[in-house]
Design a protein around this ligand. Structure first.
Ligand code: HEM
Ligand code: NAG
Ligand code: NAG
Length: 550
């Protein structure tokens, strides 16, 4: 360095800073420059007119992650005001194009497999948890066959057996769990954490029925710990940044292997002990042991193990969250609990002033209010708020969807030049559906924010899923779901196959509670918590006060 430069440097204010102070200055200056460049890029540089509008954000890479993560529905709605039904936001380095409204849902759920891929969007989150060769670790055609295998286990014959088993588990829980035992003392009221309760009751009932007796027996021992560690890998962070070398992921990997081996052992044991007989078993392992792919190959034991883990994870979070919201919604409207009790007394009257045991056919066809309570809970609290696909080839969005429509204010309409042409969502973008937005849209539903099961009763306000055409992707006919504003179970080739089981499980659990208790909120109705993969009631307002019926 020349003397002059040294002199200039020594004279500058920076020279008086220590090494660490310089680092601190850099830590402020470089991000500030990055933010500035990012803002200039968004406001001043020309954009391809065919791209959907991009949500303004200060920080490059991070984008809208914080606002989206804190309250996705608030984010979706406020962006919809500005940009219309289709817009892109930056989410941790990804371009995420949201498509709202029934038409938006249809674009994503019923997109062609050449255009959108669920496996490319989900595999780095799910494969380390479920294991290899199943669900999103295989081509779509193989997943469709695996869904057919699972459907075989979700049979009406099995469901008939499950009702009594679920009642038995809930009743045992209510007479053994610490918080519940307290309630048995005459007229004592007691407060319980209903989310914790529903998590336990869900895993007890799912393992007793679908998962099988061996899993149920092991729940009080090793299985619960394995489940806990595996579940620790099913977090949004692992969606955002795959394969982070963090302790929770090491525990996840260890638990995956151990749980997979545990199922393998069950299968092997069953093969050895049974010669042609099923020992009266009605669980999913039993159903999967009989299945073969179209090309004749038998479903392998390791694949069975991994499918069982996938089903455990898919059903546990969704059902426990829905059960909790249902109990809390009812707690806020105790008169509906009494109407449910009256419905039970009417349809299960034993003629001697008592109630008959719960029965599959009655639960399925003759408890309309109970059914409506579950439906209405799923309208207001669909457990999954965002559904994603990765874009494989450019997707054309028709003008009818692209143009900001009635949802947009006149001012933002004027600001948005795109009104007559469609958009193109480029390859390597992600697309996101949020059916929960349409499920509370005031343009579609009367008094959308209120919990009103009666809207589904009789000739309900909407029976969207029963309308229209059906399609079959290889695992049974389903409603095409196109353009429905009510899609808590999704639509298209990735649609949920657990819906009937979920209704059976939730309906039976709720009916058992209604017969046994009345309840009310302990504090106020909880806000939603969006920190996990599933929308949960936020603590500490997730408690209810139960009172045993005399
Ligand atoms: C209230 C309960 C439930 C809700 C709200 C729910 C919701 C959903 C949704 C929205 C999807 C579509 C995901 C997507 O398109 O990316 C889905 C798929 C699926 N669900 Fe459920 N689910 C529930 C319970 C269950 C249960 C109990 C099981 C298992 C017994 C299950 C198994 C599955 C499977 C196997 C898929 C297919 C995944 C695919 O094809 O990509 N679900 N579920
Ligand atoms: C996001 O979209 C912009 C505009 O199309 C593009 O320049 C950028 O490379 C994309 N980023 C990623 C990570 O795909
Ligand atoms: C209430 O129940 C608990 C647990 O069953 C029992 O130990 C206790 O003695 C009971 N108290 C009364 C007042 O009945």
């Amino acid at each position: 360095m020349s003397d002059r430069l040294v002199a200039a440097w020594q004279a500058s204010p920076l020279a008086s800073l220590s090494h660490w102070q310089l680092v601190a200055v850099a830590a402020v200056v470089f991000p500030a420059i990055a933010v500035l460049l990012n803002v200039i890029d968004q406001l001043l540089l020309p954009k391809k007119p065919s791209l959907p509008p991009h949500v303004f954000h200060l920080f490059p890479w991070i984008g809208s992650a914080v606002v989206y993560g804190m309250d996705p529905y608030h984010f979706f709605e406020s962006c919809r005001e500005k940009y219309g039904d289709v817009y892109t936001f930056t989410l941790l380095g990804r371009n995420m194009t949201v498509a709202l409204g029934p038409k938006g849902s249809n674009l994503i759920f019923n997109g062609r497999i050449t255009e959108v891929s669920a496996e490319d969007a989900y595999t780095h989150l799910t494969t380390p948890v479920f294991g290899k060769d199943v669900v999103y670790d295989v081509p779509n055609a193989v997943l469709m066959e695996q869904k057919k295998f699972v459907k075989a286990g979700l049979s009406v014959d099995n469901f008939r057996i499950y009702v009594g088993q679920i009642v038995d588990e809930v009743t045992k829980f209510a007479t053994q769990d610490e918080a519940f035992v307290e309630l048995q003392n005459g007229s004592t009221e007691g407060s319980v954490d209903i989310f914790k309760t529903m998590c336990e009751v869900t895993i007890l009932t799912a393992s007793r029925t679908l998962q099988g007796q061996e899993v149920r027996d092991s729940l009080d021992k090793t299985f619960a710990d394995l489940y806990h560690d595996l579940d620790g890998g099913f977090i949004p962070l692992n969606f955002a940044i795959p394969n982070l070398p963090i302790p929770s992921n090491f525990r996840r990997d260890k638990a995956q292997k151990a749980m997979s081996d545990f199922y393998m052992q069950i299968i092997e044991q069953r093969r050895k002990s049974q010669v042609g007989s099923k020992d009266g078993r009605h669980d999913m392992i039993e159903a999967l042991m009989d299945q073969s792919y179209k090309n004749g190959r038998k479903l392998g034991d390791r694949e069975i193990a991994h499918i069982m883990i996938a089903l455990l994870m898919a059903g546990q979070h969704t059902s426990s969250a829905t059960g909790s919201w249902a109990m809390l919604r009812l707690a806020s409207r105790p008169e509906i609990i009494e109407r449910l009790y009256a419905e039970q007394k009417e349809v299960y009257d034993d003629g001697a002033g008592g109630l008959r045991e719960l029965d599959y056919d009655i639960q399925k066809n003759s408890v309309p209010l109970l059914d409506a309570v579950v439906r209405e809970t799923l309208r207001l609290h669909p457990p999954i708020h965002s559904i994603m696909r990765k874009v494989k080839t450019d997707i054309a969005v028709p003008a009818s969807l692209a143009s900001p429509q009635s949802h947009t204010s006149a001012a933002s309409l004027a600001a948005n030049k795109k009104t007559d042409a469609g958009y193109v969502i480029p390859k390597d973008y992600y697309v996101m559906a949020a059916p929960g937005v349409s499920q509370t849209d005031p343009k579609i539903w009367k008094d959308p924010a209120s919990f009103n099961p009666d809207r589904w009763m009789g000739k309900g306000e909407l029976e969207p899923e029963e309308q229209g055409e059906t399609v079959d992707y290889g695992w049974g006919a389903i409603s095409s779901g196109a353009n429905s504003p009510y899609l808590p179970f999704g639509a298209g080739r990735h649609r949920c196959i657990g819906e009937q089981f979920a209704y059976l499980q939730l309906g039976t659990i709720l009916a058992t509670f209604v017969r046994r208790y009345s309840w009310k909120l302990a504090t106020r109705f909880p806000d939603p918590d969006y920190n996990s993969m599933i929308v949960l009631p936020k603590a500490p307002n997730n408690r209810i006060i139960l009172k045993e019926r005399s």
